[in-house]
Write a protein that binds this ligand. Sequence first.
Ligand code: ADP
Ligand code: ASP
Ligand code: MG
Length: 425
Amino acid sequence: MSLIVMKFGGTSVANGDRIKSVADRIIRQVEAGDKVIAVVSAMGKMTDDLVAIANQVTDNPPSREMDVLLSAGEQISMSILAMAIDAKGHVAKSFTGAQAGIITDGGYTKARIEQIDASRLKEALREGNIVIVAGFQGVTKEGDITTLGRGGSDTTAVAIAAAVGADVCEIYTDVDGVYTTDPRIDPKARKIDEISYEEMLELADSGAGVLQSRSVEFARNFGVVIHCRSAFSDEPGTLVKEVSDMESAVISGIAYDDSEAKVTLRGVPDQPGIAAMTFSKVSEIGANVDMIVQNKSENGLTDLSFTTPSKDLPKVTEILDAMVKDLGARSYVVDESIAKISLVGAGMKSHPGVAAKMFSVLAENQINISLISTSPIRISVIIDGEQKELAVNCLHTAFDLDSDSLFEETQLSSEELAAKAQKGR
Ligand code: ADP
Ligand code: ASP
Ligand code: MG
């Protein structure tokens, strides 16, 4: 008998019929003798729809209230799934994040899990229930509802798997595993059978939305094996686990991220303390900064460029307006039409020349690079957003990642495919 956490994403629970299939899938596991904790996302695009409703009344919703609102989506799917299981003659009990004992910090809309008291979940399992937990949410020590950032149900699942000592954490989604790149951007993408925590973390951090990066961090820290697989078939998916460096491919995948903007502060005095001041102001407003580049100085003045999520731009530009005045900087420019392309692979550490090859392939395809950053197992470049697909496709081919067969979509409606395409843009 195994204890399994099974997480179902939005597409997998998008309507009553899909929820009934999820119920069947869980029941099959239980009838085979296993114990199951299911973690569910909100149905379909419900989280986006709730965000849109908030935006009908304000451009700047208080983050505490946003979390009360968004957590409602998962509360709906968890109860409907419990009803579907009940209707099929099995016992199920659903729990909100708070009822499941998921305690977070107070960082509304991107809260971090601090602790899980899984005693109620364990008791419900002992009583013979199929346990269902609302993904994406927790509660502060003070009792306020929080959410874990978009895609956060993955993190709920892995954190619960760690807390209850599950044998595996299965993440059921609308593709059949982790691919060498998003198969919707490059249909020649190849499914990966096994990937290390380290590489998956870099891919997720670089924009591969198939797993929330915090879930991978959690899995690595607590040694939880993730099995990412299709909700529509029984085919095995991708295992995310400890893999020795010896077995790693030179390049395991390519990620893209077009959700960031590049900001350049022009003509800033080239003196100690300026970068410190700029980035402490940016961090004070809670905006993330990814890549940073300072150009060569001329006549005591320099340019400072950095990338930040486009959604944080209104706050960041407010600060920059003030800084241009205070620092005597000449001006700043914002470029929203950028994309970050990242090549990830643990084998890079022992294979020199990957960066040179990446830059040559981009140059051959007339793709200009405006910023570069690296980690021991990743090279990222900022390019013109319009060339995102071209860049992914040509790098994918050049680094021998292409599959012999093309990716085939399973069971998604045309409306769902359109929503996915929108998300990828
Ligand atoms: P869920 O709602 O199940 O959490 P997500 O939309 O969050 O699903 O994640 C699945 C999507 O991630 C896929 O439909 C795919 O388009 C996208 N994706 C991005 N990069 C990758 C990748 N490297 N491998 C697989 N899917 C990827
Ligand atoms: N429903 C949330 C979202 O859409 C959380 C999740 O699906 O993981 O981001
Ligand atoms: Mg997701």
